[in-house]
Design a protein around this ligand. Structure first.
Ligand code: ADP
Length: 381
């Protein structure tokens, strides 16, 4: 996505965006940060062509957006926006109907629509609620229906406006993990938030809006390193970032690598003697992995004594189905790593498309934080 000198004014003359030029790279996780009223929602409504710039340009994949019904319909097969308030997005009486609405409008065959609805509801964990009335759902559930509706379009770019606002902490974790999962399966994911902790721990790329103007474009570390800008915009740095700066000021550590998670911070602060380090096993879970496969993998690899963490939608389902005792439902990676530092072995049950992400996080720990974990990977179908 790209905007060039984009300016937008609402009919009441509120200048919501002024001369915004930014790009959102393909395949990455980008966060759009800004306080309330800074123009985030207005910008997102330009991304899927609901709003048209007053001046300047909006581009997707190098081409200027067209605003004919045909061009917009085509654009929306590639780009899905999940609005901040689910009630602005949900129209149908039942969950199933609502999620099917987009694919039906694409005139897809009935069984393809069915498949898409199944997949989307599965991903957001609402597959048991197909027949439920949308009126009778909790706020968090309605947010998930709205997300499922966006996913059922099988977009290339998923844009979520304040997706974590109003969710409890478990749901926030689930959402961020799902966003990772979608990103790993090839989607470009963009979300807005005013939560700097989420921005710092989750995003590859960060864009900051303030009073309708673009104030920053780059990596989260670069942004949070600029005290003056933070102050001007009225944001406080994330806790881990601040703690790292304190270590630098007191000469207890050098600035880089920036710890993005509590495990990385722990490794940076307590580099100590890490032997014996527990070993890790990654069980890669494919689309057709069965509970029996998993049971077998656990017994043949003698994993019963290891602590168990899960990562990904399928991994969660399968472990629940099997009734496996899980030690870490959330922050599984961090907790496993910290456990390994205390000598405990761990097994991570990971959806296959997320294995490379877990591997690269382990490599980062080895390279940047000097933690070497003996590990193996077991694939099973
Ligand atoms: P954010 O998503 O960052 O909270 P918005 O894009 O919703 O910001 O709003 C940007 C500015 O535009 C604010 O000043 C807001 O009051 C104004 N605004 C938003 N929607 C409308 C609207 N429909 N009509 C008039 N002004 C609006």
């Amino acid at each position: 996505m790209e905007t060039r000198n984009l300016t937008f004014e609402y009919p009441n003359r509120t200048m919501a965006l002024s001369d915004v030029s930014l790009t959102v790279p393909e395949g990455k996780k980008t966060v759009l940060v800004g306080s309330n009223g800074s123009g985030k929602s207005t910008l997102f409504l330009h991304f899927n062509g609901i709003l048209k710039p007053k001046s300047g340009e909006m581009l997707y994949a190098g081409r200027k957006l067209g605003y004919s019904a045909k061009s917009l319909a085509e654009l929306r097969t590639n780009i899905s926006v999940v609005l901040q308030n689910p009630d602005d997005q949900i129209f149908s009486t039942t969950v199933e109907e609502d999620v099917a609405f987009g694919p039906m409008n694409l005139s897809l065959p009935k069984d393809e629509v069915e498949r898409r609805v199944d997949d989307a509801l599965y991903l957001v964990g609402l597959d048991g609620m197909r027949e439920r009335s949308t009126q009778q759902l909790s706020f968090g559930e309605r947010k998930r229906v709205a997300l499922a509706g966006a996913l059922s379009m099988k977009p290339k770019v998923l844009i979520m406006d304040e997706p974590t606002a109003g969710l409890d902490s478990r749901m926030v974790h689930e959402l961020l993990e799902l966003a990772d999962e979608l990103n790993q399966s090839g989607l470009t994911v963009i979300m807005s938030t005013h939560d700097v902790e989420i921005a710092y721990s989750w995003a590859d790329e960060m864009r900051v809006l303030h009073q309708g103007r673009l104030e920053f474009s780059g990596s989260p570390e670069e942004f949070f390193d600029n005290d003056e800008k933070l102050h001007q915009i009225g944001l406080v740095p994330p806790t881990l970032f601040e703690l790292n700066q304190y270590l630098v000021r007191t000469k207890a550590a050098i600035e880089t690598p920036y710890p993005r998670t509590s495990a990385e911070m722990a490794l940076k602060v307590f580099p100590g003697n890490r032997s014996p380090v527990g070993s890790g096993t990654i069980l890669s879970i494919g689309p057709t992995s069965s509970p029996e496969d998993l049971k077998m993998a656990i017994s043949t690899n003698r994993l019963d004594q290891a602590s168990v963490g899960v990562y990904g939608t399928r991994a969660r389902r399968l472990t629940k189905e099997l009734g496996i005792k899980v030690d870490y439902w959330f922050n599984a990676f961090d907790n496993s790593v910290l456990g390994a530092c205390e000598g405990r072995d761990f097994v991570l049950l990971v959806d296959d498309q997320m294995v490379s992400m877990v591997e690269s996080r382990l490599q980062r720990l080895q390279k940047d934080f000097n933690l070497s974990i003996g590990r193996k990977r077991v694939d099973f179908r």
